[in-house]
Design a protein around this ligand. Structure first.
Ligand SMILES: C[S@@+](CC[C@H](N)C(=O)[O-])C[C@H]1O[C@@H](n2cnc3c(N)ncnc32)[C@H](O)[C@@H]1O
Length: 214
């Protein structure tokens, strides 16, 4: 997989900010052994509905901690994909039992009905919005019948950039519609939403969805 610049260059600029940003802030974002409380609550939600030895895709896997690591430790076959080479290098070191691939999630391609689960935490919001919608539709093709998607999305609409994010010395870029829009996109893509919650963060927050392929 590789990044494909769009004709007007705008999306490519945003992607470059995100890629270079995570190369710079990888360790500021997540320490090697960090297991934030939110994830501690979500992993049982996911593992409760995954068959044994599932094929799980962790899209925007970051450094693989905690999600890929937790799933691999339970015996699931995990493939992580991330646009940041630094994140992928850390993930390969931190989670030797999973496989990792550098690439743009928007270009990801898998066989239809080849996965049991997809994890996509805090990644969609770094894609231009038309790519987010298209990716949700692609993600609905990859799971086997009854397969699950655990994803965080935006909760309220916002697009913007922050300089020196997490004091990491680099900029970061996000773009998201509101939770109602994500709910519509998921439903249109033939996911049935089994659980949804608002995840507060500072003065705003994200939306968590656990959805199942119909
Ligand atoms: C906020 S971090 C979350 C990492 C991990 N999912 C977690 O929850 O710990 C977002 C991750 O998405 C990755 N990412 C952003 N845009 C991406 C893209 N277009 N394709 C693949 N990965 C991307 C970033 O490099 C970063 O590692």
């Amino acid at each position: 997989m590789s990044a494909v610049p769009d004709p007007d260059g705008t999306d490519a600029v945003a992607k470059a900010i995100v890629e270079q940003g995570y190369d710079a802030v990888s360790l500021h974002y997540r320490a090697d052994d960090e297991y934030p409380p939110g994830y501690r609550a979500w992993t049982p939600m996911l593992t409760a509905v995954l068959p044994r030895s599932s094929d799980v895709l962790d899209l925007g896997c970051g450094c693989g901690v905690p999600m890929s690591r937790h799933l691999a430790a339970l015996g699931h076959r995990v493939l992580g994909v991330d646009i940041s080479r630094t994140q992928i290098e850390r993930a390969e070191r931190l989670v030797p039992d999973a496989k990792f691939m550098h690439g743009d999630a928007a270009d990801a391609a898998f066989e239809p009905s080849s996965l049991d689960g997809i994890v996509c935490l805090y990644m969609l919001i770094h894609l231009p919005q038309p790519e987010q919608k298209a990716l949700i539709h692609k993600m609905s093709v990859w799971p086997r019948a009854g397969g699950v998607l655990l994803a965080t999305t935006g909760a309220t609409a916002w697009t913007g950039e922050e300089q020196n994010w997490l004091d990491g010395g680099a900029a970061m870029w996000w773009s998201h519609p509101d939770a109602d829009t994500y709910r519509d996109w998921l439903t249109e893509a033939d996911f049935s939403i089994e659980h949804e919650e608002f995840v507060p963060e500072g003065t705003s927050g994200h939306q968590l969805f656990l959805a199942r392929k119909r």
